[in-house]
Design a protein around this ligand. Structure first.
Ligand SMILES: Cc1ncc(C[n+]2csc(CCOP(=O)(O)OP(=O)(O)O)c2C)c(N)n1
Ligand SMILES: [Mg+2]
Length: 331
């Protein structure tokens, strides 16, 4: 995420954008990969949903956003928050239910909201963020701020009625909203084909008059460019865009998932298209980075998540006496 970006990144320079994106994706991968162990260790109460494999989407989109732009996320939303500028320590503290978390540790993984970063919240209700982002876009339009709003949601969420309503309102009112469907081909254990008879999701946006595109969600450059043009359209007052990003989650739906609904071969095949490994290979082949420098980026990411982990674990649990504070907005 950048605060200063005024013009969309329709180009993707490996020397600058490529290296920054590699850093951002590697840091998110390191953060998300540790979650299953925290669950096993009893540090996380309730479910948490890692997005390992899907990093190119959050990073590719956020590179085109500024702090005042809003994002509304879903249950698999840590990467969306981190890419938008959330601090890893405070994010992890929230996931572990600690007082230094963004919501005082009372929200957890699916209630991470950061007003000053435009993060309207991760959200446990499938599809709910779509309406929130559309509302934020309406507010931005009415207040003429020039800000945009992004809704991140999964393929499963496309069957929630709120998407139809939001597409329609965004199209007729020309709202500055970007709908990002992270199509990882599953909703829990159900495949997309089991859920819908028309699996070309892009056509749903088109049906409502929302310009809609497919993008390879494992390719950071492709996501970055698609998001750049969608954000530029929205800022220029040209209305919404629907981006369907093809992707895959490497880990189970949540900790404890037996994953009997898919084969190891399928998982391995998708790992062969890994967004981080393929960008690193490009940077190496183009002599932008050496293998040592790529390894340094991994080491830096591990050190940053070590620090986040130490910060979160050292943070106390909220006080029982505070159970009813922060529940209602006082005026
Ligand atoms: C309204 C609602 N219905 C059902 C659920 C249970 N649920 C949680 S995650 C999930 C699957 C969502 O799939 P998708 O939108 O594709 O996101 P993914 O998990 O694949 O990232 C379901 C059905 C819920 N949380 N909210
Ligand atoms: Mg899905």
């Amino acid at each position: 995420m950048t605060d200063t970006l005024q013009t969309p990144e329709l180009t993707f320079d490996l020397d600058t954008d490529g290296v920054e994106a590699l850093r951002a994706m590697t840091a998110i991968r390191e953060f998300e990969s540790r979650l299953p162990q925290y669950s096993k260790d009893g540090l996380i109460r309730g479910s948490t949903h890692p997005s390992v494999g899907m990093e190119a989407i959050a990073v590719g989109v956020s590179r085109n956003l500024r702090a005042a732009d809003s994002i509304a996320s879903n249950h698999r939303g840590h990467a969306h928050c981190l890419a938008k500028g959330a601090d890893p320590g405070r994010t992890l503290a929230e996931i572990l239910g600690r007082r230094d978390g963004y919501c005082g540790g009372k929200g957890g993984s699916m209630h991470i909201g950061v007003k000053e970063l435009g993060i309207l919240g991760t959200n446990g209700i499938v599809g709910a963020g779509i309406g929130l982002a559309t509302g934020a876009a309406l507010a931005a339009q009415m207040q003429r701020t020039g800000d945009v709003a992004v809704a991140y949601f999964g393929d499963g969420a496309t069957n929630q009625g709120v998407l139809a309503e939001s597409f329609n309102l965004a199209a007729i009112w020309n709202l500055p909203v970007i709908f990002i469907c992270e199509n990882n081909h599953f909703a829990q254990s159900a495949t997309l084909e089991q859920m819908v008879a028309q699996s070309d999701l892009r056509r749903r946006g088109e049906a409502y008059g929302v310009p809609s595109i497919d993008v390879d969600g494992m390719d950071i450059e492709a996501v970055n460019k698609a998001a750049a043009s969608a954000v530029a359209r929205a800022r220029a007052g040209d209305g919404p865009t629907f981006i369907v990003a093809d992707t895959y989650r490497y880990l189970g739906h949540m900790a404890g998932d037996t994953e009997i609904y898919r084969t190891k071969e399928q998982v391995e095949a998708w790992k062969g298209r890994d967004p981080i490994a393929s960008l690193a290979a490009r940077l190496l082949a183009q002599n932008v980075l050496t293998q040592n420098e790529i390894d340094d980026i991994s080491r830096e990411a591990a050190a940053a998540v070590d620090a986040a982990e130490a910060f979160a674990k050292a943070s106390p649990y909220p006080d029982v006496a505070d159970a009813f504070t922060d529940v209602m907005e006082e005026d």
